[in-house]
Design a protein around this ligand. Sequence first.
Ligand SMILES: C[S@@+](CC[C@H](N)C(=O)[O-])C[C@H]1O[C@@H](n2cnc3c(N)ncnc32)[C@H](O)[C@@H]1O
Length: 392
Amino acid sequence: MNALAVVVPKAEAEAKLDGLEAEGVYDDARKVREHDAERVELPVLAEPRATTFDALVEQDDPEVRTAGLDDHLRERGWDEAAIAAAPSSWAVVGDVVLVAFPDGYDAEERAAVGEALLDLHGEAGTVLAREGVHGEAREPAVSVVAGSGDTETIHTEHGTKYALDLAEVMFAPGNQAERARMGEVVREHERVLDMFAGVGYFALPMARAGAHVVAVERNPTAFRYLAENAQLNGVAERVECVLGDCRDYEATEAFDRVVMGYYDSLGGYGASEGDAAKDTDGDEGGEREARGDDAGERETRGDDAGDGGDERDGTGPRSDYLAAALDALGGSGTLHVHTTCPEDRFPERSTERVRAVCEARDVTVTDVEARVVKSHSEGVVHGVLDIVVGDG
Ligand SMILES: C[S@@+](CC[C@H](N)C(=O)[O-])C[C@H]1O[C@@H](n2cnc3c(N)ncnc32)[C@H](O)[C@@H]1O
């Protein structure tokens, strides 16, 4: 007989698996799978002698388990403790693997994990260690740990192609669903202003859906990729790329929708340099304080600091992005405002801020919908507010 499995209660599966491994009969080349609502099938090489089970079954269509990073590290002679301490998640962007290493990981360990990741993802050519994102230009700090070292790639997601250099511009893998959503919420022929366009994260799916997008980006490197990506996706005639500060952009016609894909646009939870490794997705730098109240936030915009305004009454330094967005809508339309916020205060705190600015400018908020994009760091979420103002 082959493809044997023992049926055990789900609640005991972990302990049973340890027992089977200790007996040397656990078959790790096959997947554990559900037997019924309460029980799972643990694959075995032979009938266990010491570990008890509900039933011994022969699987007709066993599922082969594909090797994981742990298998590749085991093959390299790593012990179980070292394997357990290895990174448990990473992102594949085009043919580059991005991975964050735990503190204290030395160069040799990084290189070994990097090589193992290249074995795991045969299509990848370079493994980069991510060390956060810095400054307003959102420049990533990365270092090559394995492979050719080529950091320029083309990443395809929901049919949208993003050419970019991961050593030069950021890409947040965790924002994938939100990038796709922007392509779904927009209607054909809508006029969209993307105030923080980057390489076209949101502008491209929206233009592919038929919208006309003005995409403003002030980092020249990101801007170069933005323009290239508009061509690459065949939407150059629907994307007007503008190099510069979005607050200086003067709309000649009102927009239907404005995207604000930058945390600091709402006085977020510290999209600033430093502490970057704490950010679970590495896209916006780390927060200064994982929790606590507003006092934990610090001014991060040197150019706007110290004008004496209060960000919550609509006159302060961080309200000007929102003010520019509201002006671009000309009194009615939809805003998509990204922000970071302690999870127990989201969306109330972020919504309050937007309402205060709208109120100060006599703009009517018709509807607010909030969603969490991802976890930003411990206790802090990256959220997005869809705000309808005026008659939409
Ligand atoms: C964090 S990235 C956007 C990330 C995106 N949300 C994603 O899905 O990955 C923000 C971009 O805004 C740009 N930026 C920051 N301040 C800006 C400003 N005042 N005007 C125009 N672009 C700006 C940065 O250079 C950067 O490319």
